[in-house]
Design a protein. Structure first.
Length: 384
């Protein structure tokens, strides 16, 4: 099977912060091992030289990635590679891919992977647009473009049951019949970030938690900052907060300056240390290994979090708000609704060795089926 994997990289200079690239870097070699001939069309190649590379230009903004698919380049690429399956990792681009296939005279299936949902649903079934995609009211247009992409795909892949439910509901509200196109295929865990829980020593009365998520406003960073102050004040806990972006371009800061503002606020909070992996996955592993538990993001529309999986594969229990995919995936004893509950859970992790080790083992076990080989097999079955 010839697979053309179209990958949008949002920040080529900070690949460690781009979960889509990490996904491709793990998955494409595993697909190759399974017998597929894979070409990744991306601004940067994946690490395995067996995977073919077709260089593309990274969109300058998140809206260009959705509304400017570059038809001329698509047609040229498709004519050159003549794929049997095209993977659209930007769902909104699927109609343009379909048109490019027609123009190129190539008969290929389109598989769309919903890495990101520009909407979420409340517990009462209300559709809410993601504020990250709603600058100057563009959210409704992004939603409709997403729905058009779903309609243009032959197969649609999502990370989780939560994502499947939300995608199905959004499609129905926009008049798109998904039929039997929808498949749940989680992302692979990073093989470099796996640690046997037997090698873990529980904290001895004081624990270090890590928050390794993007500091955008829409990730609920203000809510996390409030909790961080409570944790370091009321529990035997210190926190490490990852600076995933480093120095961003003026264009990205102008579009959303919230990461810089939140980082500055967290950096001045006693008991909170700002850390960077400098784009080095080994350094990142060492940072994770030096902590005791993770904290999930407070993003309402979270259909998946690779950073949560990173912690769990390292045997770190993750505490998180009872919302979205987090409530589906994280052990119920580690979920909270209030700051007070979060403080109680963190304190127990810090002081109850038996409780800690049980949850370290459960965290690791929750990622056991996410090896690249297992995920690649599910992926190929879904895109046939």
């Amino acid at each position: 099977m010839r697979v053309l994997y179209l990958l949008n990289v949002s920040n080529s200079s900070q690949l460690s912060a781009d979960s889509g690239f990490t996904f491709a870097d793990m998955l494409a070699p595993a697909l190759t091992d399974a017998g597929a001939e894979v070409t990744v069309a991306s601004p940067v190649p994946v690490g395995d030289t067996r995977v073919h590379f077709a260089p593309t230009t990274s969109p300058s903004t998140k809206y260009r990635a959705r509304f400017d698919p570059g038809m001329d380049a698509l047609v040229t690429l498709i004519r050159d590679r003549r794929p049997e399956v095209v993977v659209a990792n930007q769902i909104e681009a699927a109609p343009a891919i379909r048109a490019a296939l027609l123009e190129a005279g190539v008969d290929a299936l389109i598989a769309g992977y919903c890495h990101y949902l520009p909407f979420s649903f409340t517990d009462t079934g209300v559709l809410e647009l993601d504020p990250a995609m709603n600058d100057r009211g563009l959210g409704r247009s992004v939603l409709l473009a997403f729905a058009a992409g779903l309609a243009a795909c032959d197969s649609i892949l999502v990370h989780s049951s939560t994502a499947a439910s939300w995608t199905t509901a959004a499609a129905a509200r926009t008049g798109v019949d998904l039929g039997d196109k929808l498949h749940i295929v989680p992302a692979p865990r990073d093989v470099r970030l796996v640690r046997d829980p037997a090698d873990i020593t529980p904290p001895e009365g004081r624990a270090t938690g890590i928050y390794n998520h993007r500091l955008y406003r829409h990730y609920g960073t203000a809510r996390f900052t409030r909790l961080a102050r409570r944790l370091v004040a009321d529990a035997p806990v210190r926190l490490t907060v990852m600076d995933l972006f480093g120095t961003r371009s003026p264009e990205r800061i102008r579009l959303d300056p919230s990461p810089e503002r939140h980082l500055e606020e967290l950096a001045t909070t006693d008991g909170v240390t700002i850390a960077s992996d400098r784009g080095d996955r080994i350094r990142y592993r060492n940072l994770l290994a030096g902590t005791h538990f993770g904290i999930a993001p407070f993003r309402p529309g979270c259909p998946w979090s690779m950073s949560v999986i990173d912690c769990q594969a390292m045997g770190l229990p993750v505490i998180g708000p009872r919302t979205g995919w987090l409530a589906e995936h994280i052990d119920h004893e580690l979920l909270f609704d209030t700051d007070e509950q979060a403080v109680q859970i963190a304190e127990r992790l810090a002081t109850d060795a038996e409780f800690y080790l049980v949850h370290a083992k459960r965290a690791y076990a929750s990622t056991a089926d996410l090896t690249p080989a297992v995920v690649a097999a599910r992926y190929l079955e879904a895109i046939k």
